[in-house]
Design a protein. Structure first.
Length: 128
């Protein structure tokens, strides 16, 4: 019984380490495809990679009539990267990276939309 528990724990530890490494690689690849500043750090990249692997491999499994797809294959890596890319796109879209609400100015004033660009104005201090 003790030997069986040890083998199960070792298999779980191996699976977790593989998913952490694979998720990090997939998340970094998705961020390389869509460059730009992201508010997320290493943990967000890892979770995005793991989520992308789950989404990408699930979609591929659905399209291939239920044939199991391992994410640690070349095809699994490609679809996991595409899944993470989709997650990153929606993460940026929902985070306000592409569109900014408000910033319309006074009523009747026409101004070009800024689309996420912030404008900083220089102020000077005048000493009397």
């Amino acid at each position: 019984m003790n030997l069986e528990l040890s083998a199960t724990a070792q298999q779980w530890a191996n699976d977790i380490l593989v998913w952490v490494g694979f998720g990090t690689l997939v998340g970094l690849m998705a961020k390389a495809i869509m460059p730009g500043r992201d508010p997320g750090g290493a943990v967000a990249t890892l979770l995005m990679g793991i989520g992308g692997a789950v989404i990408g491999c699930s979609v591929l499994m659905y399209l291939s009539n239920g044939q199991r797809v391992s994410p640690i294959t070349p095809m699994g890596f490609v679809v996991a990267t595409l899944g993470a890319f989709v997650l990153l796109f929606f993460y940026r879209l929902l985070g306000g990276k592409y569109f900014v609400e408000g910033d319309h100015g006074a009523p009747g004033e026409t101004r070009a939309p800024s689309f996420g660009r912030r404008r900083y104005y220089r102020t000077s201090r005048v000493d009397d």
